[in-house]
Design a protein around this ligand. Sequence first.
Ligand code: SF4
Ligand code: SF4
Length: 457
Amino acid sequence: MTGIIQQIVFVIVLIGGITIFSLKMKKIIRNIKLGKDLDLSGNTGQRIKKMLLIAFGQKKMFKNLIPAFFHLLIYIGFIIINIEILEIILDGILGKHRIFFSDLGMNATLYSFIINTFEFLALGVIIACVAFLIRRHFLGIKRFQHSDLKRWPKLDADIILYVEIVLMGCFLFWNASDQSLQKIYASGGGTPENAAIYVETGTFYLSSLLMPLLSGMGEGSLILLERTMWWGHIVGILIFLNYIPYSKHFHIMMAFPNTYFSRLQPQGEIYNMPEITREIEMMMNPDAAQSGEEAPPPSKFGAKDVTDLNWKNLLDAYSCTECGRCTAACPANQTGKLLSPRKIMMDTRDRLEEIGNNIDKKGADFEDGKSLVSDEYITEEELRACTTCNACVEECPININPLDIIYELRRNLIMEESKAPGEWNSMFTNIENNAAPWQFSQQDRLKWKDDLNDENK
Ligand code: SF4
Ligand code: SF4
């Protein structure tokens, strides 16, 4: 490809990649906004601190040091190496080669130091990806073998690790072929006009170890390899960018807003519906309750479908990494119940995507007659198995709250559809009549003490 054609193709590929990504993001933001309003404004300082500690610092990952170290290596490596994209983009648009060094006058020592740092990080990313593949497939870790991860979710986790290895490989082979060309021109060989492009940049230590593999290649083959690796790296990154919103790896972006808006109240504090609180206040103390303002009647108790959940619940669903730490800690799951908090999050996201696709294809008013609580998604049995212990919330590395969704779905089942097991209904009646789950009247609560006194006489 001649220079100008290469520049035109590059600009088209770049704009195409970014446009497709932006359109998908617009749809995802629209889908999240289908959730009910929830005011999470304020407490900015506290929220930023939480986001920096949990999303950026990965604080909750460090409960288990070795995977945390590899995860941090992939994360930091990938982010820092992508700084190189800035140079690649400028080179591609302006038809330059290593513009920071050749045209912008970056000092050779500094330039080779930066590229060497990227190369060592690239090696770190490759090692971490291989370690994660081994961990997923050969160490028999239960949460990776769980039935939630069938077909696509299982494949998705592997695809992304392979893609990262390929991207890092392109980066290293690009540098290796570039250095091989630099060597040819430095020794006076090759085509003179190419000598001005492949000027000596200093040694890139890791990729120079790959140069013996290229020793049999002539100038033309090396240029072809160098260009292929350069294009492979940038096109791979654009493909990766567009793949992420369909993948569990979307968390690399969503973890930041998700932790920023995560819950600040104590974990055990349940969101009370004002209209129900008011009813109870009236029951307990009618005089005091009369002075308060009337709460507006609710349009619906709890949630039946994703659009009845609030936008933060939906943001949670898009942020889930499908790591399964919540499911591994869930006492209901551990004791063989159907409930898996990871599946709650995956089903919420899948149903939201389904509604989003319906809007795109059939318009905003289209109703498919389905709901999140159904045999296709979350069943009543799963919802009833939850002990509301909060272990899933505590375990989640990016502060997702599956319990919040379970509460809302269960509220709807019980308060709107009266679908509660018989024992629960007796308990509800007791609470209503006796302010306790048992069948005794409030006056008899301390009777056990009298019985004890009688026995001790
Ligand atoms: S709150 Fe429910 S879903 Fe979460 S860990 Fe406890 S039992 Fe499992
Ligand atoms: S909710 Fe959190 S802990 Fe559970 S799978 Fe998703 S990211 Fe992992």
